[in-house]
Every structure is written in C-alpha cells, then in structure tokens.
Ligand binder design. Structure first.
Ligand code: IMP
Ligand code: MG
Length: 192
C-alpha cells in the first residue's frame, strides 16, 4: 500500500509586502495602457480571487472603470499536476460582446487554462482579450501562451498562498510559498 504524501511549505517565495509593491507597479502599467476605457475584468476562479480583489482596488486608484465577472475553469484534480483537460464549471454572468476584457488568473503554468479562457471569451464576442497573471512558470508551458501582464516569473516549483491552493488548502495565506510533497516521516519503532 502506498503512503499518502504529506504537503509541507518549504519557503516564502514572495512576502505580502513584495506582492503589494509589485501589484502597485502592475496596476499603473494596466491603467496607462487602458486609459479610461470601460473594461470588463474576468477572473478565473478560484485561484485569482485575492489577486483580483487587490488589483481591482489599485486600478480604481487610477480611475479605471471596471465591471467584474467570473468564470470557473478546472484542469486539476486534487494533486499538483494538471489533468490536461480544461472544464468550464461556471460560466460568466453577463455578456462580454463588443467589450475589451482583461482576463485575470493566478498562474500561467502549461497554458491550457488561459488559452481555453481566452478562446471562450473571444467566442462570446469580446472585442479584445488581454491576459494578466500573478505568476508565470514559463518552463512548464505545453501550449504557446504568453500573458500581457505578469506579476512574477517563478521556476518550476508548486506555489501556494494568496489565492493559490494545494487541494483547496493554503489559499488564505497573505504571502506566496513553495510547497513540497514528501512521504510521512517514519514513526519510531516501525518495522523496516
Ligand atoms: P495551466 O492550465 O496548466 O496553465 O494551469 C493553470 C491553473 O493550474 C491555475 O489557474 C492554477 O489553478 C493551477 N496551478 C498551476 N500551477 C500551480 C501552482 O504552482 N500552484 C497552485 N496552482 C497551480
Ligand atoms: Mg488551483
């Protein structure tokens, strides 16, 4: 019988302060590019909920007018690797037809989720879709996808916190940490 792997935080990748500082710069960049265009921010649930909440308020400081909508897409089971198939679990509430959309996700990994979301939004008639991700893991890409706006580039580690999860845990952390899975520590007296 195989032992269940135990998740363990292995270090802080970005502190709450570092995230705040980076997002301030990112929001200024987005506001400069869009000016006072009425914009629909579409956030991919669930991982982007904290990123969206902070970014939206920073954009408001720059006078950007936002409508906010959500779509839930899922490509992960309960582990740390993608299933390779993206399913739409919850669709948008409102039409995006003839409007520019800023698509917001927590992390760009294989690219499958962002590519699918972008295609769905264009099929729904969005006039333009730009993409904004908090984290980008370029070394993991399976489909050629780049984001217009990126918070941080990271190596091939599994990141949790600030909305990102492992099996729906750790989303509430105010910082971003790396996570490793290891076999449970051997208990004293256990036979070899
Ligand atoms: P992709 O479709 O492989 O690009 O994966 C995107 C989705 O997978 C993200 O929206 C996350 O929900 C999840 N994901 C990918 N890498 C990580 C990670 O390092 N930590 C937590 N979730 C991840
Ligand atoms: Mg996730």
């Amino acid at each position: 019988m195989s032992a269940t792997l135990q998740p363990r935080l292995t270090g802080v990748l970005f502190s709450a302060d570092q995230i705040r500082q980076r997002l301030t710069i990112l929001a200024a960049e987005i506001a400069r590019d869009y000016g006072h265009t009425d914009l629909i921010a579409v956030a991919v649930l669930k991982g982007s909920f904290i990123f969206l909440a902070d970014l939206a308020r920073l954009l408001s400081d720059h006078g950007v007018h936002l409508k906010i909508d959500f779509m839930e897409l899922s490509s992960y089971g309960s582990g740390t690797t993608t299933s390779g198939r993206v399913t739409l679990r919850q669709d948008l509430a409102d039409s995006v037809a003839h409007h520019p959309v800023l698509l917001i996700d927590d992390i760009l990994d294989t690219g499958l989720t962002l590519q699918t979301a972008q295609r769905l939004l264009l099929e729904k008639g969005a006039s333009e879709v730009r993409t904004c991700v908090l984290l980008d893991k370029p070394s993991r890409r399976q489909v050629p996808t780049t984001a217009h706006y990126v918070g941080f580039h990271i190596p091939d580690v599994f990141a949790v916190g600030y909305g990102l999860d492992y099996d729906n845990h750790y989303r509430h952390l105010p910082y971003i940490a790396s996570l490793a899975l290891s076999p449970p520590a051997a208990t004293e007296g256990t036979a070899p």
